[in-house]
Design a protein around this ligand. Sequence first.
Ligand SMILES: [Fe+2]
Ligand SMILES: [Fe+2]
Length: 318
Amino acid sequence: MRPADDAPFKDWIATSAVRAKPPLTDFALGRGDDLASVRWFVFGAQDELLSHPALRPLGLAERNRLAAARLVQFLDDMTLTEHRIVNTAAQAIAQNRLKDFLPEPMALDALKLYTDEGYHAFFTAHASRAVRQCFSLAARDEPSLKIAALEAWVAEAPPAQRDLAWFMVGFVGETMITKAIVDAMRGTAHSGLQRLLLAHLEDEWVHARYFAQAFALVWKGLDASARAHWGGQLPRVMAAFHARDPRLHGEWLEQAGLDAAARERVLDRLCGGEGLTTRTRRLCANTLQVLERCGAFKHKAVRERFVEAGLIDPDHRR
Ligand SMILES: [Fe+2]
Ligand SMILES: [Fe+2]
């Protein structure tokens, strides 16, 4: 059992965004159309899309629109991930369906996490709508490749194992989300969006600690064959969280005026397998650390799957 003062949600009433930052429900970008002509992005070499040489000829308006389309997709995807993916995992814990592994106070804490994600989904959807209006971007209703891949992965598990499968999805999602938000903050020049992302990030630091503690308990409770099974499957879950949609990226690039050959060059780098491995490894650094701390890589079968996926080095210490 964890000591009470190590409970990630112990200050939740005073510090969570839903309790301490209600003005985020009034999210507004500012005044009118001229916002579209202000620079929206922070240009940096780590921005794989905007720093690609094929995009050099683009002017501010095209770059802004591209950055806005990507931001809207990030926000929409986050909205859906919060209530359709993470909160499905939170429900499994909150309803004590993982009681073989997790003590009851953690089930109660899962309801705090559930509440946070509902609020995040709400203010994130607001922000997406505001950016979309500012740039006259069309709404997209279809779920991303990520959501489809994660749901398909859970559906493959036998019914009796689905709660555990959802838990694994929640663990990966909640231990990598902080880095994804930091990335989005780095690339965004708008101060209102920065504030919103920071409020989200502060909650997610708590969630990441919670899921790290929960994973340690679940891992401890699994026998050797279950560890080999679930541990070996995690690279697929981690990759699913970071897949990019080549069709969507192709559309944005076409709208920005890139010809087919230039689009191909950008998509190769952004959506290809090597890019996915590098991105997954970087954004899942915290997830990988938790796995290391739990001793997951001491299991040969697990270690081999991670090496195959390029998420740890072949000479990873045992
Ligand atoms: Fe969240
Ligand atoms: Fe979260």
